[in-house]
Design a protein around this ligand. Structure first.
Ligand code: TYD
Length: 220
């Protein structure tokens, strides 16, 4: 499905940008650089993330990332969807209706990649669940920071932080996640900007700015 790039064609006054990619791909760094750039030009930015962008979401995040026992795959998918439903209804939609720019770390493509492909629940089922949860909200732009899971693992090891439930999954899981992200980007080329996450952070930030700049309400 093709998503309109121009402000006048969008269903809301604001701009909804999501960052996706495997763990360790550099989403947080790029989100921060984009936020700083937009704020320097006087724009109002709401920076948020899933899971955990609301008070309820913080509770859900703790379950999905840190619960010690098993969680059935469908329950995991529903927990992410519940976090998302509350987050979109109470934070993201109101911000987009006000005309703000929302920069979000992870959204429904993460569910399709991690639960749909990683947990093998199926692309369409998981996507439909998220679309139901969010009343059909899709990002105006999704930046996919693509990284080989082996390189990602080296970055995470160097970080020296304990792995969460998803990070601790085996390599095959993360390979399925990466492959699915790339397939999603190929299916919706107008919505996605795919970048090689091994490029220097400053180059990546330039590429993101070039794309976002053309989507701002006062762009030609
Ligand atoms: P993230 O916030 O990127 O982790 P970190 O704080 O370590 O950077 O994401 C948390 C994990 O949740 C990540 O491994 C991906 C996973 N996830 C899903 O499996 N499904 C989803 O729908 C989302 C949003 C995240």
């Amino acid at each position: 499905m093709s998503v309109p790039a121009h402000a006048a064609d969008r269903p809301h006054a604001g701009l909804f940008v999501t960052f996706e990619g495997g763990d360790g791909a550099g989403k947080t760094t790029q989100s921060t650089l984009l936020q700083e750039w937009l704020e320097r030009s006087g724009r109002t930015v709401v920076r948020t993330r899933e899971p955990g962008g609301t008070e309820v979401g913080v509770l859900v995040r703790d379950i999905v990332l840190h619960h010690r026992g098993d969680i059935a795959p469908r329950a995991e998918a529903l927990l992410y969807a519940a976090d998302r439903a509350h987050h979109i209804a109470t934070v993201v939609r109101p911000a987009l209706d006000r005309g703000d720019t929302v920069i979000q770390d992870r959204y429904l493509d993460s569910s399709v990649a991690y639960q749909g492909a990683g947990r093998v629940l199926g692309r369409d089922e998981v996507r439909d669940l998220s679309l139901w949860a969010t009343e059909g909200l899709l990002p105006d732009l999704t930046v996919l920071l693509d990284l080989d899971p082996r390189v990602a693992r080296e970055r995470l090891d160097a970080d020296d932080k304990p792995f969460d439930r998803l990070e601790a999954e085996r390599e095959g899981f993360h390979v399925r996640v990466r492959t699915e992200f790339l397939a999603l980007a190929e299916a919706e080329p107008d919505r996605f900007l795919v970048l090689d996450a091994t490029r220097p952070a400053a180059d990546l930030a330039d590429a993101v700015r070039a794309r976002v700049g053309g989507m701002l309400p006062d762009a030609p």
